[in-house]
Design a protein around this ligand. Structure first.
Ligand code: NAP
Length: 267
């Protein structure tokens, strides 16, 4: 498989109804999505795996990502719970395995070597991290033998993450943008609505197109029904001109929708 990530992936957090989750993953793959994001924390790996298995696409054409829960980041737990994730997903390997948050049981010197082992064994194609600052990325890159393929972080027009965008460009890793619609919070912003009207698009598409205008940024909007899935996927075709990008860049309202219990770095 190529090392490129498709422009838009599918988020699945909160999609805990098994039937609905499996159906939305299957629908997304039918529409053309080829990157599906889940996590031990989302309690839906089994349904995500079922959705992939029943879609009319070859398993090798799908980039499947899961994440090790922060409480499972002790070395023996990474290996054991990763095996459980594979069983639930019904697959033999994943394309992307993340450290979900560098908190709780995360100990870089102990946690990361297990990710390297899983990578060397072929069970994980790409080692990934999530919610990492530049300093935490530097540390992880120093310890790991495998390259850090992606850092998954919250990013949308109200949280532009300029420092991490620059870091990703400089070190040639992907920035996977989670909550790219701000869980709906960004969709009422007047600037996004003004640009959406100009392009005969929706505010969700404008937010995604603004993200896609950045090098190496891959948004993973979560959507359940076919209408949202199609609308979001079509944002790949929306090219915003410099004036629209500049107006969105000039927004200085800030909003962070994911605030975990433990976040000493204010990521
Ligand atoms: P999001 O994708 O910004 O927003 C999802 C919400 O927006 C859902 O309520 C969805 O509704 C709605 N929506 C989707 N498309 C829409 C559209 N075109 N118009 C209007 N509303 C729309 O938020 P998210 O789920 O937090 O983030 C996306 C994914 O990122 C997650 O699912 C997860 O895979 C990942 N994530 C990772 C972390 C991390 O710590 N690594 C944290 C948070 C999220 P419907 O479901 O009804 O379509």
């Amino acid at each position: 498989m190529s090392d490129d990530l498709p422009a838009i992936g599918l988020g699945t957090s909160g999609n805990t109804d098994p039937e609905q989750c499996a159906a939305s993953v299957e629908a997304a793959l039918e529409i053309g999505y080829r990157h599906v994001d889940t996590a031990q924390m989302y309690d839906n790996e089994r349904a995500v795996g079922r959705g992939i298995a029943s879609a009319p696409v070859d398993r090798e054409d799908v980039r499947l990502a899961t994440k090790i829960h922060p409480t499972n980041l002790a070395p023996e737990d990474v290996r054991r719970t990763f095996g459980e994730s594979l069983d639930r997903l019904g697959v033999e390997s994943v394309e992307m395995l993340y450290v979900h948050w560098p908190t709780k049981a995360y100990d870089p010197e102990k946690t990361l070597p297990v990710f390297d082992e899983l990578h060397a064994e072929g069970a994980v194609e790409h080692v990934c991290v999530s919610n990492f600052t530049p300093a935490l990325l530097d540390e992880a890159r120093e310890i790991l033998d495998a390259p850090v393929f992606a850092n998954q972080i919250e990013m949308h027009p109200l949280l532009p993450q300029t420092e991490l965008v620059e870091y990703a460009r400089r070190h040639d890793l992907y920035l996977v943008a989670y909550s790219p619609l701000g869980r709906g919070e960004v969709l009422d912003h007047p600037v996004l609505n003004e640009v959406a009207d100009e392009y005969d698009a929706t505010p969700a598409q404008v937010s995604l197109a603004w993200l896609l205008d950045h090098d190496r940024v891959v948004p993973i909007p979560k959507a359940t029904g076919r209408d949202h899935l199609r609308e979001n996927f079509a944002a790949r075709e929306l090219a915003l001109d410099d004036s629209a990008i500049d107006r969105i860049d000039a927004i200085d309202d800030r909003e962070r929708v994911i605030v975990p219990d433990e976040n000493p770095w204010g990521i």
